[in-house]
Design a protein around this ligand. Structure first.
Ligand code: GLV
Length: 367
């Protein structure tokens, strides 16, 4: 069957993957309200396209933290990609490089920072969970630096793991042929079977629940890499990110896997954008499945978006080729959306190109 959109890969992945693995990737927390909402909210934002603009040439290139990328679509950190495909994160890294975009490697990758570096050139970020043993954190950040990673993506919404009921029922654990390669040789390298979600037990044992703003400062004393704070959804915290000296914000609700009933990220985005007042770039992840979604996020002030599940599902379906295809489809859809909206470059996408439910009620869509 010919794949014509990103969503189709999820159907294939569901058929192909063991239930425990598919459920782990696909699930949100508790009632999964935010999971639905991350998608649904995009459909409440409509376009105000401009016409009769010469769109014979469209440029989707932009920069992220000063690095040139082919498009404002990057790869979010997702854990344990070798459960999806034997080449896991290595295939994802190659696909991102081929597409001219950035890959973020998860702390909980089944490939190490060094293995990712060995796939060849490419711009990569490293997602960090701060574990209780700070020596482990220091070593890991140093290894990421040495392996040529260009930024740290600090996840701040996971002092404990959200309640993902499928993982509890399935007694989720990392298959025994795999390890969390960044922690190989340490007890942090395995996620064992418990009477709960094995990952929830792992987080309770290993992740530092006391993490606070002073640690964002501390992190800056152990690395010169720019830090993106991932998991910010309020204006209050966005201002604190700027004060703490971080390089940027990722508006994220962790793919709806942590606190249920937080708004869709596309609903939180403008609040955060306004609060940071242009001092640092703001990115978004959560529910991005179409080029139109990307355009909407940019119109509301994002400098770029990250995709998570589409990578896992395309990887499961077709390895590196699947991830390449996802990136290509999103690129092409974004380019088409730009052409049909009268935007020739990323800079030309403005707030006036969309209308939201919270805009002038005479213009806003009826809901
Ligand atoms: C990992 O970050 C997860 O959400 O499972």
């Amino acid at each position: 069957m010919e794949i014509t959109n990103v969503m189709e890969y999820e159907t294939i992945a569901r058929e192909k993957l063991p239930k425990m693995v598919y459920d782990y990737y696909a699930s949100g927390a508790e009632d999964q309200w935010t999971l639905q909402e991350n998608r649904n909210a995009f459909s409440r934002i409509l376009f105000r396209p401009r016409i009769l603009i010469d769109v014979s040439s469209i440029d989707t290139t932009t920069t992220t933290l000063g690095f040139k990328v082919s498009m404002p679509i990057m790869i979010a950190p997702t854990a344990m990609q070798k459960m999806a495909h034997p080449e896991g994160e290595l295939a994802t890294a190659r696909a991102a490089s081929a597409a001219g975009t950035i890959m973020t490697l998860s702390s909980w990758g089944t490939s190490s920072v060094e293995e990712i570096a060995s796939t060849g050139p490419g711009i990569r970020f490293f997602q960090l969970y701060v574990c209780k043993d700070r020596n482990v954190v220091i070593q890991l950040v140093k290894r990421a630096e040495r392996a040529g990673f260009k930024a740290i993506v600090l996840t701040v919404d996971t002092p404990r793991l959200g309640r993902r009921e499928a993982d509890i029922k399935n007694r989720f654990a990392l298959p025994s042929n795999l390890t969390l390669k960044n922690f190989e040789g340490l007890d942090l390298g395995k996620i064992d079977r418990t009477n709960d979600s094995g990952l929830a037990s792992y987080v309770a044992d290993q992740v530092d629940q006391s993490l606070s703003w002073k640690d964002v400062k501390w992190l800056q004393t152990i690395t010169r890499l720019p830090i993106l704070v991932k998991g910010v959804i309020t204006a209050e915290d966005a201002r604190l990110v700027v004060q703490a000296g971080a390089a940027g914000v990722i508006v994220s609700n962790h793919g709806a896997r942590q606190l249920d009933y937080v708004p869709a990220t596309i609903m939180s985005l403008e609040e955060v954008v306004k609060a940071v007042q242009g001092k640092v770039p703001v990115f978004l992840d959560g529910g991005v499945r179409r080029g139109t979604d990307v355009f909407k996020a940019l119109a509301l002030g994002a400098s770029g978006v990250f995709i998570g599940r589409p990578v896992l599902f395309s990887l499961a379906a077709d390895g590196e080729a699947g991830v390449r295809k996802v990136l290509q489809m999103l690129h092409d859809e974004l380019e088409l959306t730009m052409a049909l909206s009268g935007c020739r470059s990323i800079k030309e996408i403005t707030r006036a190109h969309v209308v939201t439910p919270w805009d002038n009620p005479h213009v806003a869509p009826r809901l």
